[in-house]
Design a protein around this ligand. Structure first.
Ligand code: 9MG
Length: 256
């Protein structure tokens, strides 16, 4: 899964049209590099990021979704807003990636009658404040219990289990230690919950904490993280560096 951020600073400071063109060019480059899924997001979820108003998020992501929906790659939309989910479903997207695990009022109703895949991510708190001293008794058990409960709520609402993906939410209200405890337990989580797992650790602070590298120098560390996640049973890795990750996975699979 390649990351396509459609935020004002992502591709241009030259207005909406240039931003759309930049996003499409980036998506095309990722397709040439072998991406399977493009994850389109209009709001930064980095720690400390403020929320984006609904109409602004729609204005950012919908033109990109319509431009890319027949591009050949599957399209995912990274949103926690039910109205964005509804519009994305109407546009025919393949996955809704919700960092808030479909907990917003109306989120389940927005996706229930579609057939797109749904990624349920664990997050403690909200992006603006989530990294202020996150605490757990047993992080693996608490994240697993949360995901189990969300699976039960979604399937209880009539959503087929086959549509669901789980995600431990690396960096979302977790310390470096919490993140590594979770990645080491990924296989157990998949076996316990019986739902395939998506892992996103590309360029995150858990990579910087181990390598000592700033964000712009975290590609090699992120490749290590992606391979570790796949070795632990992850079926989708959400990444910035598609070409390098595809190569690393090809070699890993050939040697496996
Ligand atoms: C939007 N976003 C940022 N990081 C993410 C992660 O780790 N997983 C998922 N599903 N989405 C993410």
């Amino acid at each position: 899964m390649g990351i396509l951020n459609v935020t004002p600073d992502s591709f241009s400071d030259g207005g909406q049209h240039a931003a759309l063109e930049g996003a499409i060019a980036h998506a095309e480059a990722m397709m040439e590099q072998g991406v399977d899924i493009i994850d389109i997001g209009g709001e930064s979820t980095r720690p400390g990021s403020p929320p984006v108003p609904l109409d602004e998020e729609l204005r950012r992501v919908m033109p990109v979704i319509y431009a890319l929906r027949d591009c050949g790659a599957a399209i995912s939309v990274d949103t926690y807003k039910p109205q964005v989910m509804r519009e994305a479903v109407i546009a025919g997207v393949d996955m809704i990636n919700d960092i808030n695990a479909f907990r917003a009022d109306g989120a389940i109703e927005a996706v229930r009658d579609s057939d797109c895949a749904l990624c349920i991510m664990h997050m403690r708190g909200e992006p603006a404040t989530m990294q202020q001293q996150p605490e757990y008794g047993d992080v693996v058990r608490e994240v697993t219990d949360f995901l189990r409960e969300r699976i039960a709520v979604l399937t209880g609402a009539g959503i087929a289990r086959e549509r669901l993906w789980i995600d431990p939410g690396f960096g979302f209200g977790k310390t470096v230690e919490h993140n590594y405890a979770l990645i080491k337990s990924t296989r157990r989580m998949v076996e316990d919950l019986g739902v395939p797992l998506l892992a996103g650790l590309s360029r995150k602070s858990m990579i910087g904490a181990v390598t000592g590298k700033p964000v712009e120098q975290r590609m090699a560390g992120s490749l290590g993280g992606a391979l570790a996640a796949v070795a632990q049973g992850a079926k989708i890795v959400r990444v910035h560096d598609v070409a390098e990750t595809v190569d690393a996975l090809k070699v890993w699979q050939a040697a496996h």
